[in-house]
Each structure stands twice: as structure tokens, then as C-alpha cells.
Ligand binder design. Structure first.
Ligand code: NAD
Length: 486
């Protein structure tokens, strides 16, 4: 029986290992230490790479059906231990029960759905003379580097396609949320051969060692845009393949023909789900001037009805900021707004004496387009609400960003909604909905929101090399037989 409450160990080559050094994992709702976590040494990373490299030799040749069974077995384990995973996820990440449930059950669904995907050989030519196929061969050892906002799901988004395509993987969770991932590694030892799936825990240095490691063939990274650039630079050492899922500054454009009261809750959750610690959170809300005042009033009223607190309490709808550096970063945006005398429609008061890293949900009333709160990604519960009048102008403003992760458009005039949506420069544009994801739907960023994609067959393909094999059936250069020659 696995104890989810203590004894957090890395999984390297199928063995549970600690480390000479440790760091602390905190509960963000109380700022209390949960437990000590192993801080991997470089030698341990080397060991994990060697083990994953050795395991690759047989895993790459395993039948697709066996890999599919393995992913379903991981899903079974997640479902069997769902209650423990959810409780631990709330404890280490801060998200309330509903969010934890979405993430954990979603992780199981992702495993089962990716298990159905495959990349059969492409037959380019098959004639009496020649046969040409392109095969999608695994890359080798994959390094998965994960952030702290959706620690389990975003790890699964890497583990499932890597294993399904015949690669082996080493996952590094964020040092702020390592616990669920360490337990996942421990559990999976029962269903995977040693070395196929390894979990190492540590800080940013461990991530750097991974991106520079010559034994790793690909890095699948989710995190900040600036970190993504470092990953890309470092991965150049041995031309590692990279998938980068980076930051966003998603705009939502609201047309004048919506009912402010009805749409306010949708827009609220578009922005504040997971306490706005969400790459795809709506981070700029553009509201048509005809309904701006009324919609802002409705948003303020809805905000006041939302319960913020310790995610472990059943009534809580929004938890704390996940970690102290992020808490300080978000406070910096409040300070900037105060210094520039932007108006808070609701929120704005931070109680630094609170027991956890709590920040009140805050709406900033029509700040300037060039303000930091509009231009940057706060990754916390502070949202600029902005006015628009002219369609072409709002499209220009929405696209005027280095990011291009997601966007949404909301309105009753479906033609207008589509016309606007199609002009938005983002990997995913949601029309009259938001945050709908699927294992079969490509997800990735334009511009500085990323490179490559996750999910769908396109995402699966990123874990493979094209391997084109040709056969000339009219082989005519052989030696003639001895009899004929004689
Ligand atoms: P982060 O970049 O600070 O850290 C992410 C991971 O990278 C952590 O595991 C960290 O230890 C590691 N790391 C840090 N420096 C590294 C380096 N130089 N080399 C290799 N690894 C390194 O990001 P975060 O604060 O954990 O996450 C928040 C960011 O992630 C936000 O910008 C958010 O938008 C983005 N994000 C993007 C997506 C997406 O799918 N596009 C999803 C979730 C989060």
C-alpha cells in the first residue's frame, strides 16, 4: 500500500531513491512544510538517463498493443488512487477539490485516449519495382519538464505520448509541486519495466542539466517563455528535439449583443479558473463599450460571491497562489497599478498577514493598453477589463502581443464571432466557449507562446523521427549464380 502522506522518493530504474540533499514542499494555503523532497544530484540524473537509455532498447520494439495496455494500466492506477491524488494535489498545489478532480480524472482520460492513438507506417509507393515507406520511429530518451499549475496533467501530456511512441522518459516536476508526480512514479513501477518511466526531483539546475544532457534526445517543456528560450539554447548542444509550451496573454473579446448577467460567470471562470494560474486564462478582457459598465457591474457582483480559501475546505472555489515567488510577482502588478492610479473595480487589498499566499480576485477598470497589467502575464487573479468600439481596432489590440497561446470571442451574432475569431493569432481560438481541451485536439502556441504542439496525432508525431525506408525490388547488381557463371 502506497502512503501518499509521506516518504516521497524518486523513481530511477524502477527503484525508489532518496538523495543526499532535500528541499521542502509547502502547503500554499497555510505556508506549512508538508515534507522533505529529494534534490537529485547530477549523478542521479546520469543514472536515470542510463536506465532510460537501456530500457529504450527493448521498449522501442514492444508491440503498440503492449504500450497501449501500459497506458491503460497507468489510467487504472490513477483512478484507483484518485482520492489520494486529489487530496495531495490540493495540499501541494492549493487548488480546490473540483479543480483537483478535473486534473486527476483528466489525467486518466488522457492516458486512455492517447492509448488509442498510433502512427502507422505511411506507404509512399508500393509497386512491382519499389516499396517506399515512412515509419515514425521513437527518438530515445525524452526529458519532460513540468510547471506547478497543473503538475499531474501536464506530466501525463508528456508521459503518455512519449511511451505510446516507444520512447522512454524522465520527468522532472516543478520543485513547487513534486509530490503527486513522485507518487505516480512509485505506483507505475508495478505496470512498467524498470527505466521506462523515471521521476527525478529538483530545482531549476536539474532542468538545466537535463536540457544539456547528451543522452537525452528530446525535451518536452512547459513553463515560462524566458525559460523556454534557455531550454532551446541549451538543447542545441546535441540538437535535441523540443516541444515548448510557454506563456500566454489570452484576449477575450465580448460583443455588444450578449446578456451581461448571463455571460459574467463564464467570463469570470475564463479568467480565474485555477486562480488565474493558467496558461490559457483570459488575461485581457475586451468588452464592447455599449455593455461595458453593465458587464463590469455583473463581474464585480459575481466576484463577490466567489469563496476564496484553503482548497481543502469543501466550500472553497478559489485557492491561494501556489508559491511565494509567484505571490511576490503578482503583488508587484498590484503595486504597479496603485502607483499608476489605475482603478480597481473590485479587490486590490492584499492581506500580507494571512496564513497562506492569498490574493483577492481583482478587476482593473480600463487601464491603458500599454500598462504592464495589459502587456504582461501576471499569472494571478488580477484582470484588466478594457473597452472597445471598433472591430478592426480590437482585433489589432488583441493581436498586439508577443504571445499567441489562446483567445476567445463571445457573442450572439455567430457570423461576427467567427469573422473576428479567424483573425486572432493564437494556437487555439474558442468561440462562445473556452478551455475545452481534448487528447485529439492539437494544442500549442503561436509566436513566443511556444514551438510545436501537444495532443492529437500532430503532438504524437513530435515524439518521433521520420524514418523513410526504400526497397528496390528489381535488384540487379547481385553476383550471378555459380552454375550460370560457369
Ligand atoms: P518556469 O519556467 O519557472 O518552470 C517550469 C519548469 O522548468 C520547472 O520544472 C522548473 O524547475 C524548470 N526550469 C526552470 N529553469 C529552467 C532552465 N533554465 N532549464 C530547464 N528547466 C528549467 O515556469 P512555472 O513558473 O513553473 O510555470 C508558469 C509558466 O508556465 C507560465 O508562463 C505559464 O503560462 C506557463 N504554462 C504554459 C502552458 C502551456 O501549455 N503553454 C501550460 C502551463 C503553464
Amino acid at each position: 500500500m502506497i502512503d501518499f502522506d509521506s516518504d516521497y522518493k524518486q523513481t530511477i530504474n524502477g527503484r525508489l531513491v532518496g538523495a543526499d540533499r532535500t528541499f521542502a514542499a509547502f502547503n500554499p494555503a497555510t505556508c506549512e512544510v508538508i515534507d522533505a523532497v529529494p534534490d537529485a544530484s547530477q549523478a542521479q540524473l546520469n543514472e536515470a538517463v542510463a536506465a532510460a537509455g537501456a530500457a529504450f532498447r527493448s521498449w522501442r520494439n514492444s508491440p503498440v498493443a503492449e504500450r497501449s495496455r501500459a497506458l491503460n494500466a497507468i489510467a487504472d492506477l490513477i483512478e484507483k488512487h484518485a482520492e489520494s491524488f486529489m487530496t495531495l494535489l490540493t495540499r501541494e498545489q492549493g487548488k480546490p477539490r473540483a479543480g483537483a478532480q478535473w486534473e486527476i480524472m483528466g489525467s486518466a482520460i488522457w492516458c486512455r485516449e492517447i492509448a488509442k492513438q498510433s502512427l502507422p507506417d505511411e506507404i509512399v509507393e508500393d509497386t512491382a519495382d519499389r516499396r517506399v515507406i515512412t515509419r515514425f520511429s521513437p527518438l530515445g530518451v525524452v526529458g519532460g519538464i513540468v510547471p506547478w499549475n497543473f503538475p499531474v496533467l501536464l506530466a501525463i501530456w508528456k508521459i503518455a505520448p512519449a511511451l505510446m511512441t516507444g520512447n522512454t522518459i524522465i520527468i522532472k516536476p516543478s520543485p513547487f509541486t513534486p509530490l503527486c508526480t513522485l507518487k505516480l512514479g512509485e505506483l507505475c513501477r508495478d505496470v512498467l519495466p524498470p527505466g521506462v518511466f523515471n521521476v527525478v526531483s529538483g530545482g531549476d539546475d536539474l532542468g538545466k542539466w537535463m536540457t544539456a544532457h547528451p543522452g537525452i534526445s528530446k525535451i518536452a517543456f512547459t513553463g515560462h517563455t524566458e525559460t523556454g528560450k534557455s531550454v532551446m539554447r541549451s538543447a542545441a548542444g546535441n540538437l535535441k528535439r523540443i516541444t515548448l509550451e510557454l506563456g500566454g496573454n489570452d484576449p477575450a473579446i465580448v460583443l455588444p449583443d450578449v446578456d451581461p448577467k448571463k455571460i459574467a460567470p463564464e467570463l469570470f471562470w475564463a479568467a480565474f479558473q485555477n486562480n488565474a494560474q493558467f496558461c490559457n486564462a483570459t488575461k485581457r478582457l475586451y468588452v464592447h463599450e455599449d455593455i461595458y459598465d453593465e458587464l463590469l457591474r455583473e463581474l464585480v457582483a459575481f466576484t463577490k460571491s466567489v469563496v476564496v480559501g484553503d482548497g481543502a475546505r469543501p466550500e472553497t472555489q478559489l485557492g491561494p497562489i501556489q508559491n511565494q515567488p509567484q505571490y511576490e510577482k503578482v503583488i508587484d502588478y498590484f503595486t504597479d497599478c496603485i502607483e499608476n492610479e489605475y482603478r480597481f473595480a473590485v479587490g486590490g487589498q492584499i492581506d500580507r498577514g494571512a496564513s497562506g499566499w492569498f490574493i483577492p480576485v481583482t478587476l482593473v477598470d480600463n487601464p491603458p493598453e500599454d500598462s504592464r497589467i495589459v502587456r504582461e502575464e501576471p499569472f494571478g487573479p488580477i484582470l484588466p477589463v478594457l473597452k472597445w468600439r471598433d472591430e478592426a481596432d480590437v482585433i489589432r489590440r488583441a493581436n498586439d502581443t508577443r504571445y499567441g497561446l489562446g483567445a476567445s470571442v463571445w457573442g450572439s451574432d455567430l457570423e461576427a464571432v467567427q469573422r473576428i475569431g479567424e483573425q486572432l493569432e493564437a494556437g487555439t481560438v474558442w468561440l462562445n466557449e473556452v478551455h475545452q481541451y481534448s487528447p485529439h485536439q492539437a494544442f500549442g502556441g503561436h509566436k513566443q507562446s511556444g514551438i510545436g504542439c501537444e495532443n492529437s496525432l500532430h503532438g504524437l508525431m513530435e515524439y518521433t523521427n521520420w524514418h523513410t525506408i526504400t526497397l528496390n525490388r528489381k535488384f540487379g547488381f547481385g553476383r550471378q549464380s555459380a552454375t550460370k557463371a560457369a
